[in-house]
Design a protein around this ligand. Sequence first.
Ligand SMILES: N[C@@H](CCC(=O)N[C@@H](CS)C(=O)NCC(=O)O)C(=O)O
Length: 232
Amino acid sequence: MPIEVWTWPTPNGHKVHIALEELGLPYTVVPVNIGAGEQFKPDFLAITPNHRIPAIVDPDGPGGQRLTLFESGAILIYLAEKTGKLLPADPAGRYRALEWLMFQMGGVGPMFGQYGHFHAYAPEQIPYAKERYAKEVGRLHRVLDKRLSDAAYLAGEEYSIADIATFPWIRNPERRNIDLADYPNVKRWHDAIAARPAVQRGVQVLAQNQRVGSMTEKEREVLFGNTQFQAR
Ligand SMILES: N[C@@H](CCC(=O)N[C@@H](CS)C(=O)NCC(=O)O)C(=O)O
């Protein structure tokens, strides 16, 4: 039975789409339009109390039991362990992959997200916030560049879920006013991953739903207003 992926075409969604394509696992997509507030519907809340995409339902989870899972990092670890792929087999390599996966989950994702918020979405211009997250985005690119000057991929010589988690946040660098020419090792790594057929398929999942142009008032209210913050 295919894995259900509750998702939307955003960087965190793309991680799971890419991993599933790389692994060749059968999956079906359940679109959750986060601009329209579908993340607050009871059927989605039953899978994730955090009402954020992505989440999965694997009818054939551990012990043959149905498994629901949210948080993209946990989903990537699960898919890697389910298949025995995309995580180095040797313990040191495995911890290296988990280290960079956590770096993405706790650093790159949240910081780049805040950069986007204060540069593109905040209703008022807050120079301190804009500058803080721009500096943090630059710093995180420098850390990645240094790592990738020592190794082909984040975990070492093997492509892993750490790369899959990070790539969707590095593509479209112009969104963060980043020129990858300033980070040559990140650029080399980015170009190698972007050329992978599974990655090209993964970023196309639900691509027709990607927002073009600026956010509507309704989307702004759902994502940043009372709808987002009401108790559930
Ligand atoms: N740490 C979570 C973050 C998930 C997340 O922030 N998802 C965003 C889209 S990229 C979302 O669902 N936003 C909906 C909302 O803010 O209401 C993960 O990696 O899965």
